[in-house]
Design a protein around this ligand. Sequence first.
Ligand code: PLP
Length: 411
Amino acid sequence: MYKITKSNKLKNVCYDIRGPIYDEAKRLEEDGYRLIKLNIGNPAPFGLATPEEISRDIIRNFSEADGYSQSNGLFSARKAVMHECQKKGIKNVDVEDIFIGNGVSELISISMQALLNDGDEILIPAPDYPLWTAAATLSGGKVIHYKCDEDNNWYPNIKDIESKITKTTKGIVVINPNNPTGSLYPVEILSEIVELARKHSLIIFADEIYDKITFGHEHTSIASLCDDLFCITLNGLSKAYRAAGYRSGWMILSGDKSLAKDYIEGITMLSNMRLCANVPGQLGIQTALGGFQSIYELTRKGGRLYEQKKYCYDRLIKIPGVTCTEPKAALYCFPKIDAEMYGILDDSEFIKDLLIETKVLLVQGSGFNMDTPDHFRIIFLAEIEVLKEAFDRIENYLSKRRMHVLKKANS
Ligand code: PLP
């Protein structure tokens, strides 16, 4: 018998958001259990549908979507993104500097594949949205994680970043607003990152997919602070426009492009090789970016997402041994749990056990490249009633687990 094995390139690649615990959840569902899935930032299953204006415009223009588009995307979509850059203060961006992709995910892969030679270093935050680490690793890059400080609003630790820059560091990834921490970086922090990038000739990769989910706080695009550097900013329809299934995102090349001619040629080559992004999804971009922005209704005080965030945070910090930095943005809380109090040695085991006992699905902190077993991520997309049920079960489970630890210690 011969065996068909996966490529060695996948050896150190990890994407635990849809990993073994997710598989266990699927098995439970197949056995007929109804799970409360608070694991993935996918708005639609929680009744947060794509605005009708977007879906109707796609349907109206659907007959235009039979063929391939230009590989970098439909002109109307790229023009709308260009206007968005003007609003956000990202200067000197032409339609030709914009690439449309099948979600930010595809563009992350393209941007890493086109750049990294084996062993090239790239700075990525820890915790991170793990696709960045996975895509950079798969591209042959050496991922260097920089710390974000929980006791300083999860902001990037500038000293740590600087200490990790070497001659082979090619770029730095900035996820702002942040998944999984919900942190929103102030201009001062962004400016310090820009300063480092300038000093050490780093490309800035800015993943800003949650830029409109900020609950009334202002978001600054890091690219707007550095016209002289080469920046890649990524965004898409999945979150603020609740259209994750449309697989539509964009990548903006800004700043001094003369520095990056060869790299841009590489990006163009990879973009050409996949022919084009899904065209129906592209048809929604112009409508999404223009006019009324319903996300602001959901995220203002009294809005559904605002109240769910508040409920989730309030419940978390009432649990003994759980602390949480209040998220300012995005869709997640990333609390810390006292591992000793609850006897947690391996956070994957903990989240799996919690799933089996409570039928609530969360994601363990190590899935976001945390190196301690004492965090987990919970999404607050579900309605308060559902969150209440989930928290009642989680609390109950944790209190039993704590009793068990105490009993063991006393025996
Ligand atoms: N970037 C971040 C920070 C995310 O959290 C996600 C999805 O959760 C993505 C990118 C993926 O976006 P897309 O659906 O556009 O591929």
